[in-house]
Ligand binder design. Sequence first.
Ligand code: HEM
Ligand code: HEM
Length: 170
Amino acid sequence: MPDMIARYPKALVVLHWATAAAVLGAWATAEGGREVVQHPPLLHFTLGLAVLALVLPRLVLRLMGGTQPDHGSRPLAVAVGAGHALLYALLIALPLTGWHAASQMGVGVQFLGIHLPALTAPVQGRPGIVAEFHESAGSLILLLAGLHAMMALWHQFVLRDGTLRRMSLR
Ligand code: HEM
Ligand code: HEM
C-alpha cells in the first residue's frame, strides 16, 4: 500500500527530536539563585543554547515549506497552529532570556568553547524580571510539550491516524 501520510522533511524531523532532547536536558540541569553564581550550570547553558542553534535553521526550513497538521475543521487548525507557534516562540525566548539572566548575574556564558558577550551589565541583588520570566517560561514549555506529546499519542493510538509517523525518522 502506498504511504498516504504526509511526512515532515527528514531534516525537520531530526531537528524536532534533537530540540526535544535539548529542552529536556536544559530543564533537568537548571539551577536557580545563588547556586548559579557560585557554580554556574555550564551544561544547562550549553543545552539551552543548543536549543537556539537548532530552532533557527528549523524555522527557516519550516517557512520554506513543509507539512502542516491537517485538522479538517478551521478553528481546530488555528488552535493547533497557535500552540505550535507558542512552542516556537518559547524555543527562542528561553535561551535568550537565560543568556540575559546569566549576564545580569555576572556569570560568563560560553557555547562549544566560544565565549559569548554579555547581553546586559551585571546588577547586584535579585536578577530581575527577565530572569523571572525565564524561570516561569522554563516550566511552561515543559507543560506545553507534555500536552503536545499527549495530543500526539492520542492521535497515534486512539484516533489511529498515523500522526507519529509524520515525525518519524524511518
Ligand atoms: C520539548 C519537547 C517538544 C517540543 C518543543 C516540540 C515542538 C514541536 C513543534 C513546534 C511542532 C510543530 C512542527 C511544525 O509544524 O513545524 C511539533 C510537531 C510534532 N511533534 Fe513535537 N515537540 C516536542 C516533543 C514531542 C514529543 C515528546 C512527541 C511525541 C510523543 C512529539 C510529537 C510531534 C508530532 C507527531 C508532530 C507533528 C504534528 C503534525 O504536524 O501532525 N513532540 N513539535
Ligand atoms: C530551552 C532552554 C532552557 C530551559 C528549558 C531553561 C529552564 C530553566 C529553568 C526551569 C530555570 C529555573 C531553575 C530554578 O529556579 O531552579 C532556569 C534558570 C536559569 N537559566 Fe535556564 N533554561 C534554558 C536555557 C538557558 C540558557 C541558554 C541560559 C544561559 C545561557 C540559561 C541560564 C539560566 C540562568 C542564569 C538561570 C537562573 C536564573 C535565576 O536564578 O534567576 N538558561 N532555566
